[in-house]
Design a protein around this ligand. Structure first.
Ligand SMILES: Nc1ncnc2c1ncn2[C@@H]1O[C@H](COP(=O)(O)OP(=O)(O)O)[C@@H](O)[C@H]1O
Ligand SMILES: [Mg+2]
Length: 290
């Protein structure tokens, strides 16, 4: 005889079922057990929420950091302009002073212009320095293997909602890499998101994403394989341009930012069609001794 049905009748008796002392006891016991289990679940929820908030804060920071490279390029560009202006104003000032009858008023104008240009360059450099103090990437040796697992965990909820299955071999070994962990995780997350988005027109159950790694000589390769719609091979380089998107509500920044992150790590990022359909994104990084 299976004891279970009796047990359930005792804790959840049908209407009109008399409750004797034993059943009262079982009910009280089961209530206590349920309360305890609810409390445990509430704690777990708190912990999960805390982790999620932490992950979101880290991602926001990663986004700021990846803008850093673009910012440096634009600041270099902006500083070059006042420096060129400084030079031509200095030459003009000298010419006014070297005349047989020096024109002091014009020379003063040139010096005033030089001072303004120097101030502008200093302001730009100071803002760069302030940002560098705040946000400079901190490179260190870390385990990319563990980071892949973290990324997969991070994406679980999003992929669940998109009916996408993410496969990652749980036996991923330690993969030491030198760099900024959160930035590389963001790049991988961008690739996973693109893969998941490319499969949204596939029937549920066929939306499989594979995150894999491969050691090749001095390099470490991370592959993101999807079974999505694929892309036009003629666009293989254009997809990395900032603001290039084929999605109605796309930003077109994911691959551009990811590639600049990977290049900052002396690595490469490529997209290739898979022979049996879908896309393979490959991120190559130099290997590091642990
Ligand atoms: N896995 C993929 N499969 C098919 N096309 C892709 C994939 N990844 C990227 N692409 C193409 O590259 C474009 C740029 O991607 P991305 O920079 O991440 O911006 P977004 O995702 O906002 O469009 C996408 O719009 C898409 O056309
Ligand atoms: Mg994208």
């Amino acid at each position: 005889m299976n004891a279970e049905p009796d047990f359930f009748r005792s804790i959840c008796p049908p209407p009109g079922w008399p409750l004797d002392a034993d059943r009262h006891g079982a009910l009280a016991h089961e209530n206590a057990r349920l309360r305890e289990s609810l409390a445990r679940q509430a704690t777990r929820l708190d912990e999960t929420e805390h982790k999620l908030r932490h992950a979101q804060a880290e991602l926001a920071r990663a986004n700021r950091l990846s803008l850093y490279g673009e910012l440096v390029a634009s600041i270099v560009h902006e500083v070059a302009q006042p420096v060129t202006a400084l030079d031509s104003a200095a030459r003009a000032g000298l010419r006014w002073l070297e005349r047989d009858e020096p024109n002091v008023a014009r020379a003063r104008e040139a010096l005033t212009h030089i001072s303004a240009c120097a101030n502008r360059a200093r302001t730009i450099i100071e803002s760069l320095r302030a940002r560098a103090r705040e946000d400079a990437p901190g490179f260190a040796v870390f385990d990319l293997g563990a980071s892949l697992r973290e990324v997969a965990d991070l994406a679980t909820h999003t992929f669940g909602a998109m009916k996408v299955t993410l496969r990652l071999d749980p036996r991923v070994p330690p993969l030491p890499v030198r760099g900024e962990r959160v930035l590389l995780q963001q790049a991988i997350l961008n690739l996973l998101m693109n893969g998941a988005e490319a499969m949204q027109d596939r029937p549920e159950g066929q939306r499989e994403l594979v995150l894999d790694w491969e050691l090749a000589g001095d390099s470490l390769r991370i592959h993101v394989d999807d079974r999505g719609e694929g892309f036009d091979p003629a666009l293989a380089e254009r997809v990395f341009e900032p603001l290039f998107t084929t999605k109605p509500s796309g930003m077109g920044m994911g691959l551009a930012i990811s590639r600049s992150i990977v290049q900052a790590h002396q690595g490469q990022l490529l997209l290739a069609p898979r022979p049996d359909g879908g896309t393979r994104a490959t991120l190559t990084l130099p290997r590091t001794a642990a």
